[in-house]
Ligand binder design. Structure first.
Ligand code: G6P
Length: 521
């Protein structure tokens, strides 16, 4: 295999230049222009980045992936293809983010697919099969017949839209996101050959351990589809390692890896691509600014009042915060167990510390999600009945999504964030929380099973599968000298600043501009 590798044309690497500075959106735009000149970036996601609310009013849907890229693409300019979720025109010019009104914004192509096909792709295969599989929860897999074929068809339609747009657009790169679109690149190559702009992919969720991989009959097709990119980005070293193990399992000695570049002799020919580790991030100064904004603070106080955490004297009661879609991978039930342990072991905390749980409903067309939401509600009610008092409730749930503007001050005035995901590709809430805690002593309690826990500092690591240990760690964390906590938070925010979302984007796209358009890549 070494000889095959050495005869390959040079494919640029993702990681080798990671240290280059990219501190803010201006640096990122500069980077992009150096790399791709005036050629626009073409982004593909499953979820569209806006919700059409009529008469040209747009809002952002919850969900980290779309809102992260929405701000980046608005600043750098380009085009975006996504599946349509709300009414309005097929083509929309999305204005730049509020904080950089002079940026170009982007053009959004909203692809419509028939309802049934869309459901089978999204609720059926993406979230009924792939999501539980890659979140190591195989018992929740609901592999109804035909959903894989719907998945392929929707990926093919997305690919068709890309190929159609390539007739008029010469993008610097096509950047495809997430498990819902793993086969788009394969379909693009089948339709248009190899004379294409660079195809980059980011896998936002975890990659499973090998023993679990046996449970997915479509795994090798999915992996071969992913191999059709020129680069794949992963959140952590561990996920990249496991992906490589899966490739080796499927392709044996036909696959070879030199630390950055993977070559695989597949049935479709030799594929060569780079695999990078780029933990997704946020813009911490944006969150810091929001956390101090008077309008957001007013909104946050309304939420606190609604949750009974603001008394008549406008005094905020101490609370921990958790923010996530109602999803079984976020460990809502495990969190209730931890709190049960916590209030049992430390009765002095009863009446003195609540949890504010922001939990918008998610993927309600998937049976496993509906069932889970019911279980969580019952568990929270049990906990509240057991420990609650007439004037105090342990867990307050806000079952709708809250804008970043309001969330940021809520993070800032909390005593800590409690993140109990049983499996999570990254978890941006951890980073958002810390960004709003500059100079403050709130504590980040973060599940060890998140990508964030593997890649960041300034946290108290807990384990949602070990409630007694986690309860003890929460108690200890909250009892620590506030000055030590403040220093820890400030160090952590500096680290997030160095590894911010602009750098994430630059790392993903770096050196792709020099890929020559050649057959057989
Ligand atoms: C989380 C996941 C992403 C997913 C997103 C939106 O952020 O990590 O992988 O794309 O949720 O999910 P949704 O199903 O609501 O579009």
């Amino acid at each position: 295999m070494a000889s095959i590798l050495s005869s390959l044309p040079g494919i640029p690497f993702g990681n080798s230049e990671r240290t280059r500075e990219c501190r803010n959106s201006d640096d990122m735009v500069d980077f992009y222009r150096r790399e791709f000149g005036r050629a626009p970036l073409l982004v593909l996601t499953n979820r569209e980045p806006i919700v059409w609310e009529g008469a040209g009013t747009l809002s952002c849907p919850p969900g980290g992936v779309s809102s992260t890229i929405h701000r980046l693409l608005g600043q750098v300019g380009g085009e975006w293809i996504a599946l349509r979720d709300s009414a309005g025109p097929d083509l929309l010019r999305v204005p730049p983010p509020r904080e950089s009104p002079e940026s170009p914004g982007y053009l959004l192509h909203r692809l419509s697919v028939p309802r049934e096909l869309r459901d089978a792709h999204y609720a059926g295969f993406s979230n009924g099969v792939l999501w539980p599989f890659f979140h190591a929860d195989p018992e929740r897999i609901d592999a109804s017949p035909d959903t894989f074929s719907a998945y392929v068809q929707v990926n093919r339609r997305m690919a068709g839209k890309v190929v159609e747009s390539l007739t008029t657009l010469s993008p610097g790169a096509v950047w495809i996101h997430d498990y819902q679109l793993a086969l788009v690149a394969r379909e693009i190559r089948r339709m248009a050959g190899d004379h294409l702009p660079p195809l980059a992919f980011f896998w936002h969720i975890p990659w499973v351990d090998i023993p679990t991989s046996e449970g997915l009959p479509w795994l090798s097709e999915l992996v071969d589809g992913l191999l059709c990119h020129d680069r794949i980005g992963f959140q952590t070293e561990g996920y990249r390692e496991r992906f490589l193990e899966t490739v080796r399992l499927i392709h044996g000695s036909r696959a070879s890896w030199d630390g950055e570049r993977l070559s695989v002799l597949t049935e479709g020919g030799l594929r060569t691509l780079s695999l990078g580790v780029y933990p997704v991030s946020i813009d911490p100064s944006h969150f810091d600014r929001l956390s101090r904004d008077p309008e957001g603070i007013r909104g946050a106080r309304e939420i606190l009042r609604e949750a009974g955490l603001l008394d008549s004297g406008e005094e905020i009661a101490p609370y921990l915060i958790s923010v996530e879609r109602m999803d079984y991978s976020k460990g809502f039930l495990e969190r209730v167990e931890i709190l049960e342990e916590f209030f049992t072991r430390y009765p002095e905390r009863i009446g003195a510390l609540s949890l504010l749980q922001v939990a918008p409903p998610s993927r309600q067309s998937v049976e496993a999600y509906r069932r889970y939401a019911g279980q969580v509600e019952r568990a929270v009610n049990r906990l509240n009945a057991r420990f609650g008092r007439p004037d105090w409730t342990p867990v307050r749930t806000i079952a709708r999504s809250i804008s970043q503007e309001v969330l940021a001050p809520l993070y800032r005035s909390s005593a800590g964030a409690l993140i109990t995901a049983t499996k999570d590709g990254m978890n941006l809430v951890a980073k958002e929380f810390l960004a709003c805690q500059r100079g403050r002593d709130g504590v980040l309690f973060l599940s060890r099973h998140t990508g964030a826990a593997q890649t960041m500092e300034g946290l108290t690591m807990i384990d949602p599968f070990d409630a007694p240990l986690s309860a003890r760690l929460i108690h200890q964390g909250l009892s620590l000298d506030p000055e030590i906590r403040r220093r820890k938070n400030d160090r952590a925010v500096s680290a997030i600043e160095r590894n911010n979302v602009c750098r994430w984007m630059a790392d993903n796209l770096r050196a792709l501009g020099s890929i020559s358009v050649s057959a057989g890549r």
